[in-house]
Design a protein around this ligand. Structure first.
Ligand code: 13P
Length: 240
């Protein structure tokens, strides 16, 4: 798989009709020169995986256990069985809505590895943390707590998503992205793990973001829902 990744997180959006966007995306990119990943809601994962062609699919979350009495949850093995090769872990919406701690994120990431999935481990500071000047300390602690010791360049991708940039249209400056990505790269210097930026990435700002050192791609929310919006981001990464 190419190291550069254009990843889409559909969050809690999408029904059968949305598979038309996947068809449009595969028509636009029959042989992408970068890795393209879509993480649909679990209800669409099997159907999307069956027709995704060159596009990889992933879950948005997994349980840390393989199976058992966990109503409403989905194990990493189940995601793999549905055709996924990736799983997001520790997205800020999971950390906030479901009180996921770094330890839980690490356990889920290890479960993803055990199922043969690549974990896309999400980290990022809140606006209050940035304004308090603690961004790098927060990132250090999240990496320490959320990334299993068994992480390597094959089983792990890190997505830096400042919470205040998600779904807000606010984007850090390229200097701010560069500072955090260099920090992550230095902290994981023994592992050549791909690093994605996420938070209000659009076709109009993707090229500028992809030019930042140590940015190997993007994790895209809103602009991944429509092929017309996601395609320019894929193309920008191919040209980066
Ligand atoms: P937006 O691209 O909608 O800001 O979402 C980013 C995100 O949370 C991707 O996981």
């Amino acid at each position: 798989m190419p190291r550069k990744i254009a990843a889409g997180n559909w969050k809690m959006n999408g029904t059968e009709a949305s598979l038309a966007e996947l068809a449009a995306l595969t028509a636009n990119h029959p042989a992408p020169s970068v890795s393209v990943l879509l993480c649909p809601p679990a209800t669409l994962l099997a159907r999307m995986s069956a027709t995704a062609g060159p596009i990889a699919t992933g879950g948005q979350d997994c349980h840390a256990a393989v199976s058992g009495a966990h109503t409403g949850d989905t194990s990493a093995q189940m995601l793999a069985d549905a055709g996924a090769t990736y799983c997001l872990t520790g997205h800020s919406e999971r950390r906030t809505d479901h009180s996921e701690t770094d330890a839980i994120v690490a356990a889920k990431s290890q479960a993803a590895y055990d199922a043969g999935l690549t974990a896309v481990i999400c980290i990022g500071e809140t606006l209050a943390e940035r304004e308090a000047g603690t961004t790098l300390a927060v990132i250090t602690a999240q990496l320490d707590g959320s990334v299993p010791a068994t992480a390597n360049a094959q089983n792990t991708v890190i997505a830096y998503e400042p919470v205040w940039a998600i779904g807000t249209g606010l984007v850090p400056t390229t200097d701010q992205i560069a500072e955090v990505h260099a920090h992550i790269r230095a902290q994981l210097s023994d592992k050549d793990i791909p690093l994605l930026y996420g938070g209000s990435v659009k076709g109009t700002n993707a090229a500028e973001i992809f030019a930042v050192p140590h940015v190997d791609g993007a994790l895209v929310g809103g602009a991944s829902l429509k092929a017309a919006d996601f395609s320019p981001i894929i193309t920008a990464l191919e040209n980066a």
